[in-house]
Design a protein around this ligand. Sequence first.
Ligand SMILES: N[C@@H](CCC(=O)N[C@@H](CS)C(=O)NCC(=O)O)C(=O)O
Length: 213
Amino acid sequence: MPARFELHGMFVSGPTYKVGLMLSLAGEPFDYTHLNLMEGEHKRPNYLSKQRFGQVPLLVDRSNGRHLCQSAAILEYLADTLGRFGGSSLEERFQAREWLYWDFDRLASPLYRARLIKAGFRPAPPEVYEDCLASAKAAVKVLDTHLAGRDWLVGEGVTIADVDIYGVIAFADAAGIDLNDYPNVAAWKARIEALPGFQPADALLPKTSREAA
Ligand SMILES: N[C@@H](CCC(=O)N[C@@H](CS)C(=O)NCC(=O)O)C(=O)O
């Protein structure tokens, strides 16, 4: 029987990793479909009919035929449908949602950009890299301050806020950020990596399509 979920993505994609990590932490096997963004597979009519923004990730829920896009929205969908990591109360859910919005506003955008520039995927003058790096570091500092004396971003357990933001912090080193300068973030990162079902990005997002084990 095919897996319930099919994740379309690309191995370098942080947003795709967020969704793969959520599924893995929830113990949900998924088929993985590799999309070649270099060849524009994400802009072809067949894909656009499933993912209106022409981006990865796309998650297909075969149990009901839904096609889902936007990693933060997908995490919320999975929290609701799987009953995992949604927070222990409505208040926690609202707080988790605030982190999801904050992430794409302040953290993911500059950190992912710094990573792409540093890796040579996106040519840019040094001042653009420095600007992204400074913005990303300012956001990591916000996280570090919030995590002082706390194990998780919201409440007493793992929520989609942690999953979402881990999917960015995982690439901090590649962006040029030394997490030794942010000890609370480093300790929180290690806690996530010790969770059952945790897998790093390269294990969850192969370079070719793969069926669930
Ligand atoms: N806010 C979106 C961002 C998705 C995104 O930026 N995906 C990139 C790959 S990491 C992409 O598909 N880029 C190709 C494009 O936008 O044309 C999410 O979280 O899902």
